[in-house]
Ligand binder design. Structure first.
Ligand code: ADP
Ligand code: MG
Length: 256
């Protein structure tokens, strides 16, 4: 497990300031959620943490190391993994083979002679553990191309886990899933708490408030507030700006 910090992170798309001087602190082992309206800049922020996008200004530290200039793959080798877009799924390979490849790929050894590597104890065990955690065991011998949408997202999660992350970036991992699949992911994340540092972006406020140790509220690219779920829930400005101060979803969260 490792922490991640940013200082003064800033990103513009043309004239649009999308990341506005963001200083974020994800502590080792915590599940840190980022919430904010659509277009607030959540994904753009994650892209700068993962290394997909270079900031215009500011810095990113992984533990004690300044990784601002380290590209995506280098950050992945250091254990900073995103639940998707980091490893492409090989459609014609089985679920298990994909997970093994993710485990091998994380070691930086490349995919050469991967079939021979299938016998490699560590990668295989990591892959099987990841499929167990994501409840994909029964589908291990199915071709990845045959998976339904929710199963596919679970496989993406499994592949990130098989790579043994130290910090996991999850940008809307439940998007497009059925209620049952979403509930399974919430349970999975709950079970992973304390084993990995996690950054979670999620629209489902019930899930966020149930899972998060701390929450950062992003407003127009700015990290406007950070606190525990209770602090965020009871913060008058957060209620006014983002959650709304009326009966309804937010009140429901308070009782969830
Ligand atoms: N590659 C890009 N080029 C230009 N504008 C972008 C690009 N990516 C995102 N944006 C804009 O940046 C803002 C933040 O987007 P995004 O980070 O996706 O927000 P969120 O994930 O919070 O919904 C939006 O206004 C979006 O249209
Ligand atoms: Mg987004």
């Amino acid at each position: 497990m490792i922490g991640l910090r940013t200082q003064g992170l800033t990103k513009r798309f043309g004239g649009l300031l999308v990341t506005d001087d963001v200083s974020l602190d994800i502590r080792p082992g915590e599940l840190h959620a980022i919430i904010g309206p659509n277009g607030a800049g959540k994904t753009t922020l994650v892209n700068q943490l993962s290394g997909e996008l270079r900031p215009d200004a500011g810095a990113v530290w992984l533990g004690d190391e300044d990784v601002t200039a380290v590209p995506l793959h280098g950050r992945a080798c250091r254990g900073l993994l995103r639940s998707y877009q980091i490893t492409s799924i090989f459609e014609e390979f089985t679920v298990l083979e994909n997970a093994v490849l993710a485990a091998i790929g994380a070691k930086g050894g490349g995919y050469g002679f991967w079939r021979a590597m299938m016998g490699q104890e560590d990668a295989r065990r990591q892959a099987e553990d990841a499929l167990h955690a994501t409840r994909l065991e029964a589908r291990r011998d199915a071709a990845a191309g045959e998976l339904g949408y929710g199963e596919r997202r679970q496989l993406e999660l499994a592949m990130a886990l098989a790579a043994q992350p130290r910090l996991l970036l999850l940008d809307e991992p439940m998007a497009g899933m059925s209620i049952e699949e979403s509930a399974a992911v919430v349970q999975l994340l709950q079970s992973l708490k304390g084993r990995y540092s996690m950054l979670l972006i999620e629209h489902d406020m019930d899930a966020v408030f149930a899972l998060a140790d701390r929450i950062t509220v992003l407003v127009s690219g700015r990290a406007a507030f950070c606190g525990t779920p209770d602090e965020i829930r009871n913060h008058p400005e957060v209620r006014a700006i983002y959650l709304g101060d009326e009966q309804g979803e937010f009140t429901g969260v308070a009782h969830g």
